[in-house]
Design a protein around this ligand. Structure first.
Ligand code: ZN
Length: 432
């Protein structure tokens, strides 16, 4: 593959950069306004209305649609839904060029945000954004409303100086990235394809080279009830659930062993992340609990299929629980809902990645790095099922999924500017 070392100069660099400086306050306000729409799972509607209005003002054609689970559940890459909601739509803004000479591009971001956690721990309310030291604080600011702002302003800036991409560009704002990925999959299934796709996830201006697979599973643990006076007669389901969790942590350690790791993750410490995210069980304080349910997130390497991983987990737990004398009268049953998502690897020698990397370096004056992610993103959908070269390239953020999440305004501006220049090179431009 020919390496692109020089980008075509349309003589627009100074003009684009000048427009960005004028837009700093506007971009900051846009991200804050978007954070104010608390787009938690199943409540994305008001944020999507805001996005739709923005896309209309950019002159894009709008395609707004909900996920049809009946249709999608037989499609490769589908993950069993974790709920059913009204007002839970994807929005695609479609730019169709006059000339259609250039390559096409998907700019994708997820509108859904993760739960806030204990909101009393936040320095300010999570959906009332605050600005401090060049950063915007608020849930979803980094992950990934600033990224959505970055691609929207990349498009808007080009429009402001009187140009538009000479290839099709699809601006996608999708739901369910944080639990199934079915939002992005629904876009693909609807027919949206392109020569490349970029997701500005908050990975600190790196270019994502690989991502781990992720699986959600729920284990229902059933013990034997008894009065606490006779606790040796019963088997405590909550304690048993913790024993099972300890066994699973042993499996994660095994997979993280250097002999087991995937080459793309050789430099990453313990890329296999298992997380006990939720627990519920027991009846009241004076009975040995009968039942306990734990929700777990497991990571696994690219190349392993979800079916294979499920089998490995079940076989491992069957052997471990049989040997564990504490679990003699305990039954466990596993169900799989949410992410059943394989990992993937990005071809970092492609024309696409070279151009993105060179555009970053030439416009920001610093090199970018490759990043192998222990988390999953919608990149897998484009790569594995759409056969569309895809990566993540987005701003610097802190505490995503945590307390006091924040994103850098300057980094968002920089990423947006790079995306704007990238678009001119990848798609070409035409007068609007
Ligand atoms: Zn994200």
């Amino acid at each position: 593959m020919e390496k692109i070392n020089k980008t075509q100069d349309y003589g627009l660099t100074q003009e684009i950069n000048a427009v960005y400086e004028e837009q700093r306050d506007e971009i900051t306000s846009f991200i804050c306004d978007l954070i104010k729409h608390p787009s938690l799972l199943g409540h994305e509607d008001s944020a999507q209305n805001f996005i739709e209005e923005t896309f209309v003002n950019l002159g894009l054609d709008i395609d707004r649609f909900s996920i049809n689970h009946d249709e999608l559940k037989n499609v490769e890459g589908y993950s069993p839904s974790v709920g059913d909601w009204d007002g839970h739509d994807n929005i695609v803004g479609i730019h169709s060029p006059k000339s259609q000479n250039g390559k096409s591009l998907i700019l994708n971001g997820h509108i859904d945000v993760v739960p806030v956690g204990a909101d009393d721990l936040w320095s300010s309310p999570p959906f009332s954004p605050t600005i401090k030291d060049g950063r915007i604080y608020g849930r979803g600011g980094g992950d990934m409303k600033a990224g959505i702002a970055a691609y929207i302003y990349a498009f808007k800036t080009l429009k402001k100086i009187g140009y538009r991409p000479a290839g099709h560009v699809f601006l996608q704002s999708v739901v369910e990235e944080e639990c199934t990925g079915n939002g992005a999959l629904a876009c693909l299934h609807r027919g949206y394809k392109a020569d490349a796709a970029i997701i500005p996830e908050p990975f600190n201006e790196t270019i994502m080279s690989a991502q781990m697979g992720v699986m959600w599973l729920q284990i229902e643990v059933t013990g034997k009830p008894a009065h606490v006076l006779h606790d040796t007669m019963g088997n405590n389901a909550i304690e048993a659930a913790f024993s099972i969790w300890e066994h699973l942590k042993g499996l994660a350690r095994l997979w993280n062993d250097k002999n087991h790791t995937h080459t793309a993750f050789h430099d990453v410490t313990a890329p296999v992340k298992f997380n006990l995210g939720k627990i519920s069980g027991g009846e009241w304080a004076s009975s040995v609990p009968t039942r306990c349910v734990i929700d777990i997130r497991c990571g696994f390497f690219p190349g392993q299929s979800p079916q294979e991983v499920r089998q490995l987990i079940e076989d491992y737990l069957n052997v471990a629980t049989e040997r564990d004398t504490n679990l003699k009268s305990i039954n466990h049953a596993i169900t799989y809902r949410g992410f059943q998502s394989p990992g993937c690897v990005v071809d970092t020698n492609s024309e696409f990645i070279n151009l993105l990397s060179n555009t970053h370096e030439s416009h920001l004056g610093r090199p970018t790095e490759l990043f192998a992610s222990a988390a999953t993103t919608d990149v897998r959908t484009f790569q594995l099922y759409g056969h569309i070269p895809a990566t993540c390239y987005g701003p610097e953020a802190l505490n995503i999924h945590g307390i006091d999440e924040s994103v850098s305004i300057q980094s968002t501006m920089d990423v947006s500017r790079v995306l704007c220049h990238f678009m001119t090179q990848w798609c070409g431009i035409e007068k609007s």
